[in-house]
Design a binder for this molecule. Sequence first.
Ligand SMILES: C[S@@+](CC[C@H](N)C(=O)[O-])C[C@H]1O[C@@H](n2cnc3c(N)ncnc32)[C@H](O)[C@@H]1O
Length: 261
Amino acid sequence: MADERYGVREGEVEIERNRLEMLAEARDPRTRRILDGTGLSPGWRCWEVGAGAGTVSAWLSRRVGPHGTVWSTDADLQFHCPVLPNVVVEQHDAARDPTPAAAFDLVHARAVLQHLPERDEVFEKLWNALAPGGWLVVEDGAFASFAEQSLPEPYATVHRYVSTGATTEWRDADYGVRVAGRFRDLGAADIDIIGDVWAMRSGEPGGEWWFMALERAIPQLVEAGLVTLEVGETALAQVREPGFVMMSTVSIAVSGRKNAK
Ligand SMILES: C[S@@+](CC[C@H](N)C(=O)[O-])C[C@H]1O[C@@H](n2cnc3c(N)ncnc32)[C@H](O)[C@@H]1O
């Protein structure tokens, strides 16, 4: 189980489509504020890495206008929304496929690097793809504290498995905590770090991005012998109970700029 990569199995496609839409709805407002904070302007060349539903790419394309470009890539494009002609949507594996050097004014990856076994190498590739003066923005989670919060059983046990990566998604559950150090190692200028948490409730995008991930993960946990189907179903019913509320992961966004030559 642990050596499988990020991917959607048969039967999970609709859950994942809805989940990515919920993730976008919950996180796009903060992402837009952070990306605007880089000075994002008409004419910029942007790369959205692991674009998912593609909503950030669609927003970037309006911001950079007809003289700017957006390269919107993902290993799996089936969930990507339609976009304007200044966006090139391309299937691209950030870990395995070649990337252009010194080509972008802005590179952004949200909730992607934590899933990749080669995350540090990919981080460096994203950095090398920046033109002098360009900005890299990486958003990732800190799931260790999320995993340990006080929750009712049996959900608490299921939650701990899913949030620390005991599913098919091979990840560093706490990569968000390490991101600022990567920027520092590469000599980034103007590093900024923002973190936030929010209340997660069933039926709201801020909760559903996770509760749908649980729905996807439970058959995998059962298959691996970690929980029974009954425990999985009880846990799901617990988070879907009206009035249930829990703390989100800490979402950490780090931005930094490559020195202009
Ligand atoms: C948790 S989703 C985040 C989607 C989007 N960035 C967002 O925040 O709404 C992770 C995304 O990374 C993509 N992904 C996983 N491995 C990848 C890889 N090796 N190269 C490019 N994209 C990858 C997945 O297909 C998925 O769309």
